[in-house]
Structure formats: C-alpha cells, structure tokens
Design a protein around this ligand. Sequence first.
Ligand code: DGP
Ligand code: NA
Ligand code: NA
Length: 207
Amino acid sequence: MALKRGMLIVFEGNDRVGKSTQAKKLVEWFKTNGKLAQFVQFPDRSTPIGSLINQYLKGEQKMHDNSIHLLFTANRWEKFDEMNAALRSGQMVIVDRYSYSGVAYTVSKGIADYEWCRGPEKGLLKPDCVIFLSSDIKMLQNRGDFGKEVYETSEFQSSVRDVYMKLMEPNWNVIDANRNIEEIHQDIVKVVEDKLPNLQQEILKLW
Ligand code: DGP
Ligand code: NA
Ligand code: NA
C-alpha cells in the first residue's frame, strides 16, 4: 500500500551555517515535484513564548538558563498538533532547528546534563531524517551578521558543535556546508530521495 504520511526532515547545525536557506530550498524542491511541503522554523518567534525567546536572544531580556531552555521546548510543543496533522495528511514538514538544538545549546552552557535537557522534549515527533550542515567555526565567524545574537561567539559555537557530534544517530546525514548553495542542495536532495521510499507508516517519538 502506498504511504500516506509525509516525511519529517530536520535541519541542524551551528549558527550561520545556512540551515534556513537550505530548508526553504528543499520545500521548493518538494513543491516543484508535486508534493505538499511546509516550512517550520524554531524558535518560532511569532508566538508569545517566541517573543520572549527573541528578546532573550537579542540580549534585551535576561533569563535563567533553565527557564530559557524550557521556553524553547515549550515553543516546539506549541507546533506539535499542526506538524502532526500536516504529516498525517501527507505533507512534508521541513524544520529549521529542533530538539537537538535544545540539547546542544543548553549542554554547552554547562548548567545541565543531557538527561535533564532531553526530558521535556520527550514525546515530540521524531524526525525521519536529520540533515546536519557541517562547517568549521572559523568559516562561520566570517559570515555576515555573526555575533548579533547571544550565542554567537566562536567558543560557544565550538562547544555546540561538539555536543551535536555526541547527539548523532543513524538517521543523521552530515553535509559539508562550505560549498555553494546549489551543490549543498543537490546533496540534500540525494539524501531525501534515498530515504523517501523507505519511510514507515508509523511516526516515532523522541527520545
Ligand atoms: P536561529 O533563528 O536558527 O538563528 O536560532 C536562534 C538562536 O537560538 C541560535 O543561536 C540557536 C538558538 N537555539 C535554537 N533552539 C534552541 C533551543 O532549543 N535552546 C537553546 N538554548 N537555544 C536554541
Ligand atoms: Na542565529
Ligand atoms: Na537560520
């Protein structure tokens, strides 16, 4: 029987590595190929919780590290029903950052362990495929706007990268992000085309 549900694809990686650009290009690729696809971005700064997160990221609002962790997670739960419904109706859902960012950024602060960080993410939809855009931190530093938000220092980003490496699971695909946009896109398309036929009907949960 043909598969009814859509695929949940998550983009992860350091700040300024090109996740949003590639996620949006993948949405367009699906649409060009006759599939319904939707772009979701975390944090979603448009909700009341997202607005607090935005103020924190811009350095306008101080927040306890554990509190901001939980707000990021709450922001993902806000989208659960919508993402779940879209996937079950056959739409592809392409996500720019997810629970892995939650763990990577908070663990990097040294204030909580993996188990504590993963706890509130438990029960969120598990991605079918994670695209990890990989780059040296040195390359990212030179990209426009690096340094504008609170997490954008080389030391912190190096630690984030180290934690990502520890989070990798078999459904992760590492893509070299230090190439032109089109080359990176083609690699991502190959990964997705490879995985689509093997999708199971059941949607799994984290973690
Ligand atoms: P972006 O819009 O992708 O540049 O993300 C904004 C910043 O927020 C970026 O530095 C990564 C960080 N971030 C994203 N998700 C989380 C999360 O769940 N927890 C924490 N602590 N930071 C996050
Ligand atoms: Na950023
Ligand atoms: Na982005």
